[in-house]
Design a protein around this ligand. Structure first.
Ligand code: FES
Ligand code: FES
Length: 150
């Protein structure tokens, strides 16, 4: 049995400890805002926070999350996630939207460790999150905007 806290809510799940966190969220907990892209830790669509560190949930076994906190883009209490969501809407970042939950969570990890990043730090931190629609400039602007209200 694995003990999880996801977006402030506690769960116990009886699953193969090697099952990726992404599929426990989506299939066992019905939390489907975290997306499946490449499945091999290369695109960032599945990014969530595990105790405030961004991880690729498609490639991280659920055993790593035992007795830890997972934060997803659906989190309603995390101020940094909320500020980013607001900035994302104001800047009209999303196109198809598929990559955006992972983009927001990777940005949340950045702002938790560095509340006022430079443009270069934003670009470096977001480098591994791919957007097929090319929304990179708007993502950068939204992160700068969110960082100003922290
Ligand atoms: S789906 Fe996990 S990094 Fe692409
Ligand atoms: S908004 Fe379409 S992949 Fe990023």
């Amino acid at each position: 049995m694995i003990n999880l806290k996801v977006d402030g809510r506690k769960y116990k799940v009886d699953v193969d400890p090697n099952k990726p966190i992404l599929w426990v969220l989506r299939e066992h907990l019905n939390l489907t805002h975290t997306k499946f892209g490449c499945g091999v830790a290369q695109c960032g669509a599945c990014t969530v926070l595990l105790d405030n560190e961004s991880i690729r949930s498609c490639s991280t076994p659920i055993s790593m999350a035992d007795n830890k906190s997972i934060t997803t883009v659906s989190n309603k209490e995390d101020n940094i996630v909320k500020n980013l969501q607001k900035a994302w809407v104001e800047e009209d970042v999303a196109q198809c939207g598929y990559c955006q939950p992972g983009q927001i969570m990777n940005a949340a990890s950045l702002l938790k460790s560095n509340p006022n990043p430079t443009e270069e730090e934003i670009v470096a931190a977001m480098d591994g999150n791919i957007c097929r629609c090319g929304t990179y400039n708007k993502i950068k602007t939204a992160i700068k905007k969110a960082s100003k209200v922290i």
